[in-house]
Design a protein around this ligand. Structure first.
Ligand code: F6R
Length: 613
């Protein structure tokens, strides 16, 4: 995830900014940069790669003038490749205003067009450079001050941002603002450290001011003025940071996996950001623009992936077939690569991978490409090998996933598949009315996820009751069958409990022999077309004295009659249910691992990125 640092004080700004960036490295990034205001001029140094590369540039550069004000950034690529031109800070084309930005400017394409019309030229592919240019446009058009120019520019922007802006014309000052992306201001002795994350502040001070959404601050060495984006002063209290650096990296959670489970409402928002065109009621996936017409005529899709990403692919099979009417197959990448698969004309292959480096998935993709398939990727890590080798694709924008067990990448993979299926569906057969409904429902998902997460403590208690059981079953049907598989995988990989996931109706063809008194069986049973059938399966387990944990839809009190425990998800269309039903299963696995004293974030024998066969 991108990181911001800013400094205003009496120290040499560069080392403070670079140290701050190093504190943010744990968030993951692919390029970095600094801008200091020395002798009334902006001096920007940036590079692809590590903060250390920028540090060397700064140290080796005899022309760097000492400065006491500056901004800096680590970038996790979203719009555009991870390279030097796309790295932050971005300047306007007078070179007098520079900005660092976290978040997504959703209407950047429209603003870019407007600014091109005004004669501006762009060096990067980023939405941030568009914002820099827009601020410059207002500043040079007589806005009066950098504060007013920032306010005017933000008034034109839709999307999310945390920003820090430096201006050569007002060299003692930083302007910062926040909407949807955090900005914290450390308050030292005649110095201020701006950051997106308290870990960059902590070595200077524990005293901080938190900006809320739709607020900005003007920071000089002499003081801090906080106000709303509408220019109404907002007095702020100075709070104390109580966390250690290590706790901050984990966002106050005990484990990265827990943090990532709880981040899902936000990561899904990021994933949807700028892609649901609310005005024209359509889905816009920039990464597929070049192939969308070919794709709409595709006769068959093959999704290939491993592990959790393969489960997301199974959900995709339902989505592509139901919403876009494209026949879809899902293949284990490790099998596909050696099977000499038949690739007919007009076939698209979608490789799904969080890391973008999984050896089997990459090999499967190459095999499909060699055979003439259109190669697409759904990948989290920007610039990764799979992302580079595909003809087109969609990034997850989920932010770095550090816990080895994949959680937020899974839900964002499904969100991307849903958006793809809707976009293609609308081009093939779907009515605008149906599209409108799905767009509305997708927008509601983050808030619904938060409601499911509220049950974490209840899930922990129930998990505790069964913590000594060594065999679990997870059952679901339709869209929730892959969720059952994912629930079983999560439990086994981090708590080392044996678990199997199955389509619920398969149970009677063999696995029912396993059911015995006290065996925990998890049913993913929200309201959907097969609900009654799943209830019959629940009865079969109950008759054999299994213990039943169900994931059901809010308001379904009836199901309690058959089950020992019920966790609820809010009502949602079947196609979107996996985004909610998986969350109790992630929490169940997480709590089981903690209760059994396992290393949650680094389970034995597992690696985050499997780059070997
Ligand atoms: C499970 C898990 C793995 C990965 C699989 C693919 O929690 O993380 O099953 O999903 O190794 O990895 P990526 O998505 O990086 O290709």
């Amino acid at each position: 995830m991108c990181g911001i640092v800013g400094y205003v004080g009496s120290k040499n700004a560069c080392p403070v900014l670079l140290e701050g960036l190093k504190r943010l490295e744990y968030r993951g990034y692919d390029s970095a940069g600094v801008c200091v205001v020395g002798d009334g001029q902006l001096q920007i140094r940036k590079s692809q790669g590590r903060v250390g590369v920028v540090e060397r540039q700064v140290l080796d550069d005899q022309e760097m003038r000492p400065a006491t004000v500056g901004i800096a950034h680590t970038r996790w690529a979203t719009h555009g490749e991870p390279n030097e031109p796309n790295a932050h800070p971005h300047a306007d084309d007078t070179g007098r205003i520079a900005i660092v930005h976290n978040g997504i400017i959703e209407n950047y394409a429209t603003l870019r067009q407007y600014l091109l019309g005004k004669g501006h030229t762009f060096r990067s592919e980023t939405d941030t450079e568009v914002l820099a240019m827009l601020i410059g446009e207002f500043y040079n058009d007589g806005a009066g001050s950098i504060e007013q120019a920032v306010r005017a520019a933000l008034g034109e922007v839709t999307g999310t941002y945390g920003i820090a802006v430096a201006c050569a014309g007002e060299p003692e000052k930083l302007v910062v603002a926040r909407k949807g992306s955090p900005i914290i201001i450390g308050v030292g002795a005649e110095e201020y450290i701006v950051a997106s994350d308290a870990s960059a502040i902590l070595e200077h001070t524990v005293n901080v001011v938190y900006l809320s959404d739709n607020e900005m601050a003007v920071v000089t060495r002499d003081g801090l003025r906080t106000l709303t984006l509408d220019n109404v002063p907002v007095p702020k209290e100075v709070s104390r940071i109580e966390w250690t650096l290590d706790e901050i990296a984990r966002g106050g959670y005990g484990h990265f996996m827990e943090k990532e489970i709880f981040e899902q409402p936000e990561s899904v928002r990021m994933c949807l950001g700028g892609r649901l065109d609310k005005r024209d009621r359509r889905i816009q996936l920039g990464g597929l623009e070049s192939v969308v017409r070919t794709l709409a005529r595709t006769k068959k899709l093959i999704v290939t992936a491993c592990g959790t990403a393969w489960h997301a692919g199974l959900v995709g099979e339902f989505l592509f077939e139901e919403l876009a009417h494209i026949p879809t197959e899902v293949e284990y990448a490790s099998e596909f690569r050696y099977r000499n698969p038949i690739i007919e004309d007009a076939t698209g292959v979608i490789a799904i991978s969080q890391s973008g480096e999984t050896a089997d998935t990459l090999a499967a993709l190459r095999e499909a490409k060699d055979k003439g398939a259109l190669a697409l990727g759904i990948v989290n890590v920007v610039g990764s090998t799979i992302a580079r080798e595909t003809d087109a694709g969609v990034y997850l924008h989920a932010g770095p996933e550090i816990g080895v067990a994949s959680t937020k990448a899974f839900t964002c993979q499904i969100v991307v598949e849903t958006m793809m299926a809707l976009m293609l569906g609308r081009r093939r057969l779907m009515s605008q009315q149906a599209m409108d409904q799905y767009i509305d429902e997708l927008e509601r998902i983050p808030e619904k996820m938060s409601r499911v997460l509220e049950q974490s403590e209840t899930i922990r208690q129930v998990t505790g009751e069964y913590i000594d059981r060594e065999n679990w079953l997870f059952l679901g049907r339709g869209y929730n069958y892959p969720v059952a598989l994912e629930g079983a995988l999560k439990l086994k990989e981090i708590s080392y409990i044996h678990a199997e996931g199955l389509p619920a109706a398969e149970m009677k063809h063999g696995p029912i022999a396993l059911i015995h008194e006290g065996m925990p069986v998890v049913f993913v049973a929200p309201r959907c077309a097969t609900y009654d059938k799943v209830v019959s399966n629940i009865e079969e387990v109950r008759a054999r004295k299994g213990r039943i944990i169900a994931i059901a839809t809010e308001g379904d009190e009836d199901i309690r009659r058959y089950c020992d425990h019920v966790f609820y998800i809010p009502e949602a269309p079947a196609a979107l249910q996996p985004l909610l039903t998986v969350i109790p299963l992630q929490l169940l696995a997480f709590h089981a691992a903690v209760l059994r004293g396992c290393n949650v974030d680094k389970p034995r024998n597992l690696a985050k990125s499997v780059t070997v066969e």
